[in-house]
Design a protein around this ligand. Structure first.
Ligand code: NAP
Length: 341
């Protein structure tokens, strides 16, 4: 059995991760932690917890975690996971970080996009970006896995094979994405309160969202040159799910829709969690909600010559905790779908 700890277990991703780990056949949960001073019964945060599970979410105690856990999941706000991640790596633990603190390779991007200097830039070189279908080989040997962001997951899975195969131009890449409100986490902010969100649909952080450099990093690596994107996030008045609509141009006039779809099927045909839609069918949130799937649909508009690609994921699963469990499964040699199917 693998001994796992979840830090930040009271939050949305931490609770979802705990739910998944409870049904994982090869995992024992050693710690669920909070900054709060008194223990909290898990059932208060996760009412669906099976009767008989007596776990508590307890105050964070590094020494106790160090003794009992083999690996830790960090479900902490970004900028809060850097120091904690470094501590557990020094203690020889495997770390899967759900925040953005180890995702970007270039430390100079952190002040601009996250408002702080990176405290441990050497860890950025060590971190393996945990986009499972793309980096499986490296994940198997990683000590530090930086779990991808919710918005970057779908568009990166869709565009990486197409850029690698040179089926699309690296410019322009335009992504309009809409996320359910759980994407913003549990913390209280006015913009995600019920009265602000109910019946509404709005763009936010226009051209300023912190996932822009992460998506650009993924696409630049695939294209072998710098890719600059336009990325506009929107807030959807639903609990969970992200639908992204991506506009790109085929590399040549001779590229067909079928060729693009076949490239995606070839890239992901053996992957349990990426589904490429047949011609004329497109992803929808209800098809992926509460699952670890990423669905991808493709349409080449013969009139404009533009290629539209649509992706859908559940932000708390393939966009966070599901992908984190998938990463753990790959890293420790468990079946990739254990605890997820
Ligand atoms: N929500 C998503 O869809 C999603 C998707 C992908 C990645 N992520 C990333 O995953 C991380 C967790 O996101 P989330 O949505 O689960 O956030 P969340 O619901 O706000 O939960 C974060 C938890 O971390 C703890 N925490 C808060 N501030 C802290 C601090 N200063 N130091 C230590 N612990 C603190 C809190 O627990 P206590 O108050 O009990 O200590 C809180 O419950 C974030 O970095 C986020 O960007 C989120």
């Amino acid at each position: 059995m693998l001994n796992c700890a979840v830090l930040g277990a009271t939050g949305y991703t931490g609770a979802e991760l705990t739910r998944l780990l409870l049904s994982h056949p090869d995992v024992r949960i050693t710690h669920l932690t909070t900054r709060q001073e008194k223990p909290i019964p898990l059932s208060e945060v996760l009412p669906s917890v099976p009767r008989g599970v007596q776990l508590q979410i307890t105050p964070y105690d590094f020494e106790d975690l160090r003794k009992k856990a083999d690996m830790v999941f960090l479900c902490l706000p970004h900028t809060e996971a850097m120091t904690t991640g470094d501590l557990f790596l020094q203690a020889g633990k495997v770390v899967i970080d759900l925040s953005a603190d180890f995702r970007l390779k270039d430390a100079t991007l952190y002040p601009k996009w996250y408002g702080i200097d990176h405290a441990f830039p050497a860890r950025l070189r060590q971190a393996v970006y945990g986009l499972c279908e793309v980096n499986r080989k490296k994940i198997r040997k990683a000590e530090l896995i930086s779990n991808p962001g919710c918005y970057p997951t779908g568009p990166s899975l869709a565009l990486i094979p197409l850029l690698e195969k040179k089926l699309i131009k690296h410019d322009p890449v335009i992504i309009n994405a809409a996320s359910g409100v759980s994407g913003a986490g549990k913390k209280l902010v006015t913009s995600t309160q019920f009265c602000e969100v109910d019946g509404n649909y709005n763009a936010y952080k226009v051209n300023k969202h912190q996932h822009i450099p992460e998506i650009e990093q993924n696409l630049s690596l695939a294209a072998g040159r710098e890719v600059a994107i336009t990325f506009i996030p929107h807030l959807l008045p639903v609990y969970r799910g992200i639908l992204a609509t991506i506009y790109v141009e085929p590399a040549k006039k001779t590229v067909t829709e079928d060729e693009v779809r076949r490239a995606l099927v070839t890239a992901y045909g053996k992957d349990p969690f990426v589904r490429v839609k047949p011609a004329g069918q497109f992803p929808s949130l209800k098809d992926v909600r509460n699952t670890n799937f990423c669905d991808i649909g493709v349409s080449l508009d013969a009139r404009t010559g533009r290629l539209v690609i649509i992706t859908a994921i559940d932000n708390l699963l393939k966009g966070a905790s599901g992908q984190a469990v998938q990463n753990m499964n790959i890293r420790f040699g468990f079946p990739e779908g254990a605890g997820l199917i």
